[in-house]
Design a protein around this ligand. Structure first.
Ligand code: HEM
Length: 390
């Protein structure tokens, strides 16, 4: 139902219905769907909620096989692997990236100014996060286009396929994963010989120290960081620009009060979540509202519905950048809380600030077309006209 292409333009009425009906028991109780904020907040922190989707008795989860990244692992493996990279994402490290992010954004705006028009996705929202995470990892810039294809294939495979698994989609994800592995294996060999000051070298060094991580865990971690930093932040930036253009009073407010830019990012995360849902598998009895999921059962959590739960947010369908921030679940919660949240927030704030201050009379050109995914939600392209760039 959620996969219906007709829903992509506006899934929110259906998400509201699903939230009202939550928790919804399907497949004889083996699959439960919920969009209630209080259910998600509790499940994401529950110790019987496993991220190891292969425990599911319901269906293929869409996650490609091969070594799993820590996104799909439970403690103690999750703890061990997450700890290895978390030093690269501390608030201090991220804050120090601001000048570089600003430089990249300025360069992108200079190109847009020359063109006289822009596709927000291709010209801003995609290149910024890719360039920054590539630089952090130490991946050569000229390989961006390859990642775009592989990463798109992996993103498609994230959509749950309980009823009707699509072999083509799974095969595409497998191929992408193989290509990524081959690619990173080459880079890892180079870093072993010649370490540098980048995340890849940090991971290679950890691997060389013995029992910290295996080579296949190293590969899975690299792919996770590259892909998690790709599609999601792109969608956040594009969803934010779209919401601002559709709500001109909010764009005016941001122009008048640039300090609202963080609020604008938080409100977009709440109002039009780039990651619309996630799943957990019960590794023991798992309460979902007044239901209890048996071991091996799956809970599908509608983040995008929980973010508009009227029990938590006043007037939830309104895009309001002055709203008191906090409470949304766009980055999940608990031990898997998004590691890149600070980076995504920084990138979004720098772009949105520049967009509001520098683009003269922006306007939407044409209808908005969405990407085929429904787990990761964002426009495929977003054509915007303007009268100039200051
Ligand atoms: C995990 C959302 C950007 C790296 C997650 C999760 C969500 C999420 C919902 C939890 C998934 C789950 O446990 O089921 C987002 C959104 C982003 C974003 C909405 C942008 C707006 C980034 C960036 C990076 C990143 C820029 C890194 C470069 C990760 C990693 C995890 C994760 C490594 C796994 C954490 C763990 O399992 O402990 N993200 N993410 N994310 N994210 Fe993000």
């Amino acid at each position: 139902m959620l996969a219906d292409p007709a829903l992509r333009a506006d899934p929110y009425p259906l998400l509201a219905q699903l939230r009202e009906a939550s928790p919804l028991s399907l497949m004889d109780g083996a699959l439960v769907v919920t969009g209630r904020h209080r259910d998600l907040a509790a499940i994401l922190r529950h110790q019987n909620a496993s991220s190891e989707r292969q425990r599911s008795m319901v269906a293929p989860s869409g996650v490609p096989t091969g070594a799993l990244s820590f996104l799909s692992l439970d403690p103690p493996d999750h703890t061990r692997l997450r700890r290895l990279v978390s030093s690269a994402f501390t608030p201090r490290v991220i804050a120090a990236l601001r000048p570089r992010v600003t430089e990249v954004v300025d360069a992108l705006f200079a190109r847009v100014a020359e063109q006289g028009r822009m596709d927000v996705v291709d010209d801003l929202a995609y290149p910024l996060p890719v360039q920054i995470i590539s630089e952090m990892l130490g991946v050569p810039r000229e390989d961006d286009e390859q990642f775009r294809v592989w990463s798109g294939l992996l993103a498609r495979a994230l959509d749950p396929q309980f009823a009707d698994p699509d072999p083509q989609r799974m095969a595409g994800a497998e191929t992408a994963r193989d290509e990524f592995d081959r690619y990173f294996s080459r880079l890892i060999a180079q870093r072993r010989a010649h370490p540098r000051e980048d995340l890849l070298s940090l991971l290679v060094h950890a691997e060389s120290e013995g029992d910290k991580l295996t080579e296949s865990e190293l590969l899975a971690t690299c792919v996770l960081l590259l892909v998690a930093g790709h599609e999601t932040t792109t969608n956040l930036i594009a969803n934010a620009v779209l919401a601002l253009l559709r709500n001109p009073d909010q764009l005016d407010a941001l122009r008048a009060r640039p300090e609202l830019v963080e609020g604008c990012t938080e409100e977009t995360l709440r109002y039009d979540a780039p990651v619309q849902l996630t799943t957990r598998v019960a590794r023991g009895p798992l309460p979902v509202g007044d239901l209890e999921l048996p071991e091996g059962g799956v809970v599908l959590m509608l983040i995008a519905a929980a973010n508009r739960d009227p029990d938590v947010f006043d007037d939830p369908d309104r895009f309001d950048i002055t709203r008191k921030p906090g409470g949304h679940l766009a980055f999940a919660a608990g031990i898997h809380f998004c590691l890149g949240a600070g980076l995504a927030r920084l990138e979004s704030a720098v772009v949105l600030d520049a967009f509001a201050r520098r683009i003269v009379a922006p306007r939407l050109l044409g209808p908005v077309e969405y990407k085929a995914n429904f787990t990761l939600r964002g426009p495929a392209r977003l054509d915007v006209g303007f009268d100039g760039v200051t």
